[in-house]
Structures are given as structure tokens and as C-alpha cells.
Design a protein around this ligand. Structure first.
Ligand code: AGP
Length: 615
């Protein structure tokens, strides 16, 4: 996610755009930039770092006059955070400038064609390719900017919210949307462009939210003209009167970032497999894997190193890698691995998982593994983070910034990346048949909709939370692929509600924890239809016979557990190895609602930090 802001109207654009970028920093904050039209030329300044760094740089670098401008705060997806890769980007002629939130999947092939036509590129970004495609169309088709944008966007695949202007036509801004949000603030003789309404709420409460595959030409004198990108059909602008306040909008209308991020998971998973998974073609393409395939295929074993929630995602991947690709996997707490003098050889592949990319223990474990000759692959959510830079190769989760300390969308997007890797390796090794491979790809593509369906149980989950919010101890049980989900569910509850909770393999209960079972002990049991369902049902019966309270996470339509448990929460059916992507959803919501009912600081729980950069 990035933040985009634009202004055209009666006021000075600079202060509006700068303040607007500050309000959008929650959407991305690794670099920022601004382009202003000063009445004669484009004044552009951009920098790695936060908006405050841009502010310090702008004042020494450019004229900040003018009533037309665009600004951007970046969450890098292509190209590490640095000045050159920051937005806005010029076209080769210097006449056009663009800001972009999203991912152009086919940017490489477009770039290759543009280079053949003599275009040059200074950045690694997909965005600079897009602005030069627009320029190329404008020149060759001899059309205005709006038409050029429309023709160009019909050639790209991916997601975008863009704003573009031409210094030779400074009375308009052209915007377009697919997959990323874009709002147009409608004022008196002025218009605002932004990823959400926070940058313009104090100037106007009138907003037009573009729909997917819509574009608009925003002209000072003629107003907003909206068209369908595909067929040029005119669309009547629907102007909403906003009721939300500033804080509500930053959180997307949710009370907390954690809840917003839980609900972002369908899109986050889709963004993570976008451009990598093509079920129709039966393809998984990941540059970091493709370029190092032999290392993975010849690996003696895979060692996964991580902490916390990322470690739980790693544990899920152990089950997936071994089940699909038949490669031995060991999952290590980075904090233990780095000190226990582990046996590591150059035949080992290490996968380091980290949302922040800054966790000190994980970083240290990576350096140790590298020093012993292992190939280290990173799965991070922050482009250009220390871990992303320290590893030999990697694959990013495209979850967007995760602000809530309790990790949610990072967990499901990490599992998505790891599943893609396991599927690719299984196909290459022939340990998965062609039809099985296809089946898994097709089912993975359905997961975002199934996560969306699981989220719809929120009201019911709230009722369950109300029932158990005063528990002093809770037990979470799962088997197979869902054992790590039990651990993750317990961590979620612990870290935001401060209720003690433990996760266990369901069968392990009889080796001790069953002594804890009584009427005061809620037991959350993941009992999806796939896997060792009958065994889990037996565990549930053991709990019931000891008067334990049972909350079953079950496959929709389940009746057997429903007749045994005190509550059930349903998730859609899917392949067994994909169930963690669904069963974790109710456990995230459950911990969230309990913490809110207990009036805890959900986004910033006591004693915790979003990134543990110390040992
Ligand atoms: C999970 O909810 C916690 N915030 C914590 O366990 C976190 O997963 C852990 O600190 C690892 O962080 P990382 O993924 O950024 O490396």
C-alpha cells in the first residue's frame, strides 16, 4: 500500500499535499515525494525516508509555489526504498509526472518494448514504466493525456491508483483505479485526489470514490468526468457526503488497526499471489526461487528460522514442504538457533521469515547460517529491510504495512508465499502430480473469497468472545497443519488480552494438559473435516467428559462437533494444507473481541513492540 495525494484548485498545492502525505503515512513510509507545477515548469523533489525528510529536503531544493501538484508516500513493492525509486516519476520527456499505488505485473515486458523504442529508465520501479508507456501512447497516437492513460491502462495487468499530469496542460489531473483505493474530494473551485479522504476532510466532505476500472479527468473549470477504462463509457459521478472523522478514516473505518488488518487479509493474500500464481496456465513464478531452483532441489534440508507469529507460519510450512515436496524441514526459533552452535552446511537452505525484516534474533541467525555456507532465502513484508538485504534471495509478502503489534495479515501472507514455494518445488521434483498441482493452485486462488466468508462470522465470534472473556486460562488444540494455528491462536490471545493461553497438539493433551480441564477452562479446538478429524473428535469427547468448555473451529456444515461443543465457529471447506489460512481467522477475531471487551490497548499491547530489534 502507498499513499497518493493530489490537488488542483484555488489554493497553494504544497501545504495541502504535504499535510495529506503525513496523514497517509500509515499506508507506507519508506520514501516520499512531491511534484508541483509552478506556472511554468514541474518542481519535483523526492527522498528515501519519511514525509518529514521530504519536508526538510523540499525547502532547500524546489520552489513550492503553484496550485497543481501530486505527492506520494511509498510502501515499496518493486525496487528498494531509495531516492530514485521514490515517486513521483517523470516520463522521459519530462512533460508528464505520475504517482502510483499498486503493482503492474507485466511491467518487465512493457519495459523491454519501451527500451527498444529508445526509452531510458533511471529507477527499478514498475511505475516509471507506466508513465513512459503513457507518454509513448500519447506521442504515437497523437491523443490527449486522458486518452493516452486509458489506452495505456488497457495494456497493463495488475493493480493501480494513479494520478498523472502534463505540464503542458496544467488545468487537469488524470486519475485511474483498479484494485487500489482512490478518492476525489470535491470542493469549491478545487479538487483533491487521495488514497482515502484524510488529506481533504477539512476542506470538503464531498467525495467521489472511483470504482475499479474507472478513470477520471479532473478539470478545474469542467469538473470531474468519469469513464470506464475498458469501453470509454461515461459514468455519472456519485458524490458522497462523508460522515467519518479523521481517525476513523486512517483506520479504514475500523476501531483499531488490528481489526482493519484482519479484514484486509483477502486482498493481502490476493496481492501476495498476484503475478506469481496462474492456475489457468498451471504456473507458479517467483524470481527468487526460479533463479535459485537447484539450491532448493538439491538441498539436504530446509531450515526455517523466525520468531513469534512468523515462527508459527514457518511451522505450517514444515508440514506443507514435507507433505508436498518431500524435503526435510526443521523449524528453529531464531533466538535459540543463533546460540546453540547448530550444524549447518552449504547443502542447507535456510528460509528466514520476518514481517518487519528487522527482528534482531532472526537477523543474527541469518548471519550465522551465511557464515557456515548455507543459502539463505528471506520472506519479508518490508522491502529493503535489513533481513531482505541480508539474505541471498527472497520473496516479499505484499501485505502492506502491518501497524497493529499483533501480527495477522503477515501470518496468512507468509503462509501464502511458503505454499507457493512448496507447490513449485513439488512440481519440479515430481512429487505432486500435474492434476494435484493444478487443484492446489485453483484452490489457493479461491482462498481470498473463503477468508472473506470466514470473516462474516464476526458477529457470532463476538458472542463467543463475550462468553469466555473472563477466563483466566485457555487451551488451544490442533492437529497436523492446524497444530501451528493452535499455537498462533494462543499467542494472539495472550499478547492482546493478557489471558494466559497455551497451544498444544490435540493428541498431546492426554500427556499432561488434560489435568487442567475443568469447567473454568475454555478449550478452542480446530476440528476441520480434513485431516485426522475423527481423532480430534475423540479429543473433544475426552474434554467434554471432564466438563471442559469446548469451542470448535469447524468446517461449515459440520454437525458432529456441533453436537458435542458448547460453541462452534464455521470456516469454509478447502484442501487440508490450506486450512490454516482459514482456521486462523476466527481465532484472530476472537482474541481481538476479547481484548476490546477487556478494554486492552489492542494495537499497542503492554510490554510489546511491533518489531523486536533488540536481543
Ligand atoms: C506476533 O503477533 C508478535 N507481534 C510477534 O510474535 C512477532 O511475530 C515477532 O516479533 C516476529 O516479528 P517479525 O515477523 O517482524 O520478525
Amino acid at each position: 500500500m502507498c499513499g497518493i495525494v493530489g490537488y488542483i484548485g484555488k489554493r497553494e498545492a504544497y501545504p495541502i499535499i504535504l499535510e495529506g502525505l503525513k496523514r497517509l503515512e500509515y499506508r507506507g513510509y519508506d520514501s516520499a515525494g512531491i511534484a508541483l507545477y509552478d506556472g511554468n515548469s514541474i518542481q519535483l523533489s523526492k527522498t528515501k525516508g519519511k514525509v518529514v525528510d521530504l519536508e526538510n529536503r523540499v525547502n532547500n531544493e524546489i520552489e513550492t509555489t503553484g496550485s497543481l501538484g501530486i505527492g506520494h508516500t511509498r510502501w515499496a513493492t518493486h525496487g528498494v526504498p531509495n531516492d530514485i525509486n521514490s515517486h513521483p516519476h517523470y516520463s522521459n520527456s519530462g512533460d508528464l509526472v505520475i504517482i502510483h499505488n499498486g503493482i503492474i505485473e507485466n511491467y518487465a515486458s512493457i519495459k523491454k518494448e519501451l527500451i527498444k523504442r529508445g526509452y531510458t529508465f533511471s529507477s527499478e520501479t514498475d511505475t516509471e514504466v507506466l508513465i513512459n508507456l503513457i507518454e509513448d501512447v500519447k506521442k504515437n497516437e497523437q491523443v490527449k493525456l486522458g486518452k493516452a492513460v486509458q489506452i495505456a491502462l488497457n495494456q497493463v495487468v495488475g493493480a493501480y491508483a494513479i494520478a498523472v499530469f502534463d505540464k503542458n496542460k496544467p488545468d487537469e489531473i488524470v486519475v485511474a483505479k483498479l484494485g487500489s483505493p482512490l478518492a476525489i474530494g470535491v470542493g469549491e473551485n478545487e479538487f483533491f485526489i487521495a488514497s482515502d479522504a484524510t488529506p481533504f476532510l477539512e476542506y470538503t466532505k464531498k467525495a467521489i470514490y472511483l470504482e475499479d476500472e474507472e478513470m477520471a479527468i479532473v478539470r478545474l473549470k469542467k469538473g470531474v468526468k468519469i469513464r470506464k477504462i475498458k469501453n470509454d463509457a461515461l459514468v455519472d459521478p456519485y458524490i458522497q457526503e462523508l460522515q467519518l472523522n479523521l481517525e476513523q478514516i486512517v483506520k479504514g473505518g475500523y476501531e483499531h488497526f488490528m481489526l482493519k488488518e484482519i479484514h484486509e487479509q483477502p486482498n493481502a493474500i490476493k496481492d501476495t499471489y498476484r503475478g506469481r500464481l496462474n492456475a489457468n496456465k498451471g504456473q507458479v513464478r517467483m524470481a527468487g526461487i526460479d533463479d535459485n531452483l537447484e539450491k532448493f532441489l538439491n538441498a539436504n534440508r530446509i531450515i526455517v528460522i523466525a520468531c513469534g507469529t512468523s515462527w508459527h507460519a514457518g511451522l505450517v510450512s514444515e508440514y506443507i514442504f514435507e507433505d508436498l515436496a518431500r524435503i526435510p524441514v526443521e523449524v528453529e526459533y531464531a533466538s535459540e538457533f543463533r546460540y546453540r552452535n547448530p550444524v549447518i552446511t552449504e547443502n542447507d537452505v535456510v528460509i528466514a521469515i520476518s514481517q518487519s525484516g528487522e527482528t534482531a534474533d532472526t537477523l543474527a541467525a541469518i548471519k550465522l547460517a551465511k557464515s557456515k555456507g548455507a543459502f539463505v532465502f528471506g520472506v519479508c513484508n518490508v522491502v529493503g529491510s535489513s533481513i531482505a538485504r541480508e539474505t541471498h534471495a527472497g520473496a516479499y509478502t505484499h501485505a502492506g504495512p502491518e501497524i497493529g503489534v499483533a501480527s495477522t495479515k503477515a501470518f496468512t501472507t507468509q503462509i501464502t508465499v511458503l505454499t507457493l514455494i512448496a507447490l513449485k518445488l513439488a512440481k519440479e521434483k515430481g512429487t505432486l502430480s500435474h492434476s494435484e498441482f493444478h487443484l492446489h493452485l485453483q484452490e489457493l486462488e479461491l482462498i481470498p473469497d473463503k477468508v472473506q466468508k470466514a470473516l462474516q462470522s464476526d458477529a457470532h465470534i463476538k458472542v463467543v468472545a463475550e462468553t469466555y472473556k473472563d477466563a483466566k486460562n485457555c487451551l488451544y488444540l490442533g492437529r497436523g497443519f492446524n497444530f501451528p494455528v493452535a499455537l498462533e491462536g494462543a499467542l494472539k490471545l495472550k499478547e492482546i488480552s493478557y489471558i494466559h493461553a497455551e497451544g498444544y497438539p490435540a493428541a498431546e493433551m492426554k500427556h499432561g494438559p488434560i489435568a487442567l480441564i475443568d469447567e473454568q477452562m475454555p478449550v478452542f479446538v480446530i476440528a476441520t473435516k480434513k485431516g485426522h478429524y475423527d481423532k480430534v473428535v475423540s479429543n473433544i469427547q475426552e474434554i467434554k467428559s471432564r466438563k471442559g468448555k469446548i469451542i470448535g473451529i469447524v468446517t461449515e456444515g459440520d454437525t458432529e462437533v456441533k453436537n458435542l461443543a458448547d460453541h462452534v465457529i464455521e470456516v469454509p471447506e478447502t484442501l487440508e494444507l490450506l486450512t490454516p489460512l482459514l482456521t486462523t481467522i476466527p481465532l484472530q477475531l476472537l482474541s481481538y473481541h476479547i481484548a476490546v471487551m477487556l478494554d486492552k490497548n489492542v494495537d499497542q499491547p503492554r510490554n510489546l513492540a511491533k518489531s523486536v530489534t533488540v536481543e
